[in-house]
Ligand binder design. Structure first.
Ligand code: C2E
Ligand code: CA
Ligand code: CA
Length: 393
């Protein structure tokens, strides 16, 4: 299933479960006696069709399944659209063992989106070379972890009242010999969908803590924002893990602010909340990232022990020229002030946007290319040491 995670994130796990059941029924309706249907992963199903006489027949069945999912599922007044991608591997041409067949069907699934055939892809050996698939990305991540190719870049956040540096945000990259720095947009989602996010998250944290230690040794004690995936935050014991890891590095807990998106609050709510509360009780700060793009419920804002709201960069993007106005930006700034939360405007690229934020009055922190692009820890150390708060005041 494509985007099942998004359905789960937006509608909650109960509805996610119902969607899975609907898909299972569709598969059941489309299959014949003697076929086997199994769910092998969160959003992955496998069909074993022993009675087909040609690859075309398998494609016909896949077509029928795709057609059945063309209609949205109705739930509580919502139309939920599901999209399947189907990969086919035929015995014995595409594999003689069950492992090989499953692996090749999986490779075909990863390529199904780029075929003209309605998200259906029949395996052939040339697909192995296609770099754009999930398996490739998983390998990229694994290799990066094993070969110390994870690099953290840091981007400044500026307090517009004083012009001083408020904090830096840690942003992960993969250092590739032939492609330079690979941005997280290319691999975080795959890491979250596989179990790699824990290993990757651990490696990211280790790097950040090492950098923080080095900075500390040079007399720099800046606040650091760390992006934490919803998957990690929903895990039993995550808060204990984070706390003990920071302590192991002899660093203070209260120089860290973790950034989470609003959507973390709808999956495994209970565990997520328990982790958030434990973290804040120990002095780790919590920021809501990309505010305004998710379900943006105001009700949780005063119930959760939050420290910061980060308004998504799409809002600042709308400020183009001098004199441009916007109602959302000052409104969210006022909500933040009312709830005693820090307000960070993300994505400031130009002077006009900076000037606009200054014109709104006090209590604004800003982040964006205008103040500085993400840079490696050594360069950031120099940036901090030479930073002159008059520059942006
Ligand atoms: P984010 O947390 O919203 O991070 C801000 C993103 O906006 C970064 O992209 C940053 O480079 C970019 N950005 C900063 N200033 C500007 C600007 O003025 N204009 C524009 N157009 N963009 C700007 P990046 O580094 O590619 O990261 C993308 C996303 O990947 C992050 O969005 C975050 O959700 C995720 N991510 C990054 N690092 C980590 C990490 O260590 N762990 C996890 N779980 N996710 C991460
Ligand atoms: Ca962030
Ligand atoms: Ca953001």
């Amino acid at each position: 299933m494509i985007c099942f995670k998004r359905i789960n994130d937006s509608y909650g796990q109960r509805i996610g479960d119902e969607v899975l059941q609907s898909v299972a029924s569709i598969l059941e309706r489309s299959s014949r006696e003697g076929d086997t249907i199994a769910r092998i992963g969160g959003d992955e199903f496998i069909l074993l069709l022993p009675a087909i006489s040609s690859a075309e027949e398998a494609v016909d069945i896949a077509d029928r399944i795709i057609q059945e999912t063309a209609f949205p599922l109705h739930h509580n007044g919502n139309d939920i659209h599901i999209t399947l991608s189907i990969g086919l591997a035929i015995f014995p041409d595409n594999g003689e063992s069950k492992e090989q067949l499953i692996r090749n069907a999986d490779i075909a699934v990863c390529n199904s989106k780029s075929t003209s055939r309605n998200n259906i892809c029949l395996y052939d050996s040339s697909l192995q070379n296609n770099n754009s698939n999930k398996i490739f990305t998983e390998n990229l991540i694994r290799n990066a972890i094993n070969n110390e190719q994870i690099e953290i870049n840091y981007q400044p956040q500026i307090n517009l009242d004083s012009g001083k540096l408020h904090a830096v945000e840690a942003l992960v990259r993969i250092k590739s010999a032939d492609r330079g720095l690979i941005l997280p947009g290319e691999f975080i989602e795959t890491a979250e969908e596989s179990n790699l996010i824990n290993e990757l998250g651990d490696c990211i944290l280790e790097n950040i803590l090492q950098d923080a230690k080095n900075w500390h040794a040079q007399g720099v004690n800046v606040q650091i924002g760390i992006n934490i995936s919803a998957v990690q935050l929903a895990m039993d014991g995550f808060a204990d893990y984070l706390i003990s890891k920071i302590r192991d590095h002899n660093l203070r807990l209260n120089i860290f602010e973790i950034e989470i998106t609003e959507n973390v609050l709808i999956q495994n709510m209970e565990m997520t909340l328990a982790n958030i509360i434990k973290l804040t009780n120990h002095g780790i700060k919590i920021a809501i990232d990309d505010f305004g793009t998710g379900y943006s419920s105001l009700s949780y804002l005063d119930q959760l022990p939050l420290n910061t709201l980060k308004l998504d960069k799409s809002f600042i993007k709308k400020i183009r020229g001098a004199g441009d106005d916007n109602t959302i930006i000052p409104a969210v700034r006022n909500v933040s002030s009312g709830l005693r939360l820090n307000f960070i405007a993300e994505g400031v690229e130009r002077k006009t946007q900076h000037d606009y934020l200054k014109s709104l009055g006090p209590c604004i922190i800003a982040q964006g290319f205008y103040y500085g692009r993400p840079i490696n820890s050594q360069t950031m150390l120099v940036f901090i040491k030479n930073y002159d708060s008059r520059k942006f005041n």
